[in-house]
Design a protein around this ligand. Structure first.
Ligand code: SF4
Length: 287
C-alpha cells in the first residue's frame, strides 16, 4: 500500500501513541484508526458510532498550557530532608580520590562480594551519558538486563525509554543504573545485605557523574538512597534534598506495567523534573 510505514516503525509509533493515551493525551487517536485511500485522503476504518468516546480528550490548547506550566520557571519548592534512620552508610564511606566510572568498573571486577553473584550472567553496571544532569536509578537487573549486561532493556526498560523520550530526551542524554548490579533470582527484591554491599558502588557512580537531579524508580532505590523505611507513597513526587542534589522518587516502570493508571502520576513527577532542569540550566536547552 502506498505510504505504508515499515512494520517496525508502525510498531514504534503504535507503542508511543499507546503511551500518550495512557497519559490521557488522546490527540492522535483518530489517526490510529485511519487509513489512506487511493486518492490520498485519510479515512477512518471505524464507523463514528463505534468509536470509543475519549474519556479525557485533551485539547491542543490544554496540552500546550500543560507543557507551558511544566516549563514555567518558578522558585524552587521547599525541599524536605528525610533524615537517615541511623548512621549513614554513605557518610561512613571513604571518598575515592580522582574516581572515575572505569575505575569503579575495574574495582567491581568479577564481583563475588554478595550472594547475588551466584546466578548472574552479566554484571549490569549502568549506561548512558557519564556527565548526565539526570540520573535514573532502579532496583536491580531483570532477565533481559542480566543477559545483555545493560540496564532497563526489557519491557519495563522500553517503557522507561518512552518516558525519557516523552520528556524530550534520549537515553544517551541521561544515565541509568540500579541499586544492585546483579540480578536477584526470580526478580525478587534485593535483600538488605545485598543492598548494603553493592550500593557504595552506586554512590561512587553518582559522585563521579555529578548529576543535578536524581530520579529514584521505585521504593528500593528511594529507600536505599534516603536510608529510610518510609513508604514511597509518603514522599513520591516531592523534591527531596540528597547530599546537595535534588532527588525525586516515582513509581518503577515495572509497577506501571501492572498498574497503567499510575502513569499519569509518574508523568506529573517527570514534568517536575523537566521544569527543574530548565530552572537549573536556563541558558542551555536541555529538553
Ligand atoms: S550485586 Fe553488587 S556486590 Fe553483589 S555480587 Fe553483584 S556487583 Fe558484587
Amino acid at each position: 500500500m502506498p505510504g505504508k510505514l515499515p512494520e517496525s516503525l508502525q510498531q514504534k509509533v503504535e507503542e508511543r501513541l499507546r503511551y500518550y493515551e495512557d497519559l490521557g493525551i488522546r490527540l492522535f487517536y483518530r489517526d490510529r484508526v485511519a487509513e489512506r485511500r487511493a486518492d490520498g485522503e485519510f479515512v477512518s476504518q471505524v464507523p463514528t458510532q463505534q468509536r470509543p468516546a475519549p474519556a479525557q480528550e485533551i485539547s491542543l490548547a490544554k496540552l500546550k498550557a500543560q507543557m507551558a506550566a511544566a516549563a514555567k520557571v518558578t522558585p524552587a519548592p521547599v525541599i524536605p530532608v528525610i533524615a537517615p534512620l541511623g548512621p549513614s552508610l554513605f557518610d561512613a564511606m571513604n571518598k575515592v580520590q580522582d574516581d572515575t566510572l572505569p575505575k569503579i568498573v575495574e574495582e567491581i571486577g568479577d564481583c563475588t562480594r554478595c550472594k547475588l553473584h551466584r546466578h548472574r550472567n552479566k554484571i549490569v553496571f549502568g549506561d548512558g551519558n557519564p556527565k548526565a544532569e539526570l540520573v535514573f536509578i532502579g532496583e536491580g537487573p531483570g532477565a533481559d538486563e542480566d543477559a545483555q549486561g545493560l540496564p532497563f532493556v526489557g519491557r519495563a526498560g522500553k517503557l522507561l525509554t518512552q518516558m525519557i523520550e516523552a520528556m524530550g530526551l534520549q537515553r544517551k542524554d541521561v544515565y541509568i543504573c540500579n541499586v544492585v548490579k546483579c540480578r536477584p533470582p526470580e526478580n525478587r527484591v534485593p535483600e538488605p545485605d545485598e543492598v548494603e554491599t553493592c550500593s557504595p558502588y552506586l554512590l561512587r557512580q553518582i559522585d563521579v557523574i555529578n548529576p543535578k537531579v536524581l530520579v529514584c524508580l521505585g521504593a528500593v532505590a528511594a529507600k536505599t538512597l534516603l536510608e529510610t523505611n518510609r513508604g514511597i507513597t509518603q514522599f513520591r513526587g516531592q523534591w527531596l534534598e540528597w547530599r546537595g542534589r535534588k532527588l525525586i522518587a516515582t513509581y518503577h516502570p515495572a509497577y506501571l506495567l501492572r498498574n497503567p493508571n499510575a502513569k499519569g502520576e509518574v508523568w506529573k513527577d517527570l514534568q517536575k523534573v523537566m521544569a527543574e532542569l530548565r530552572l537549573l540550566a536556563p541558558k542551555k536547552k536541555l529538553l
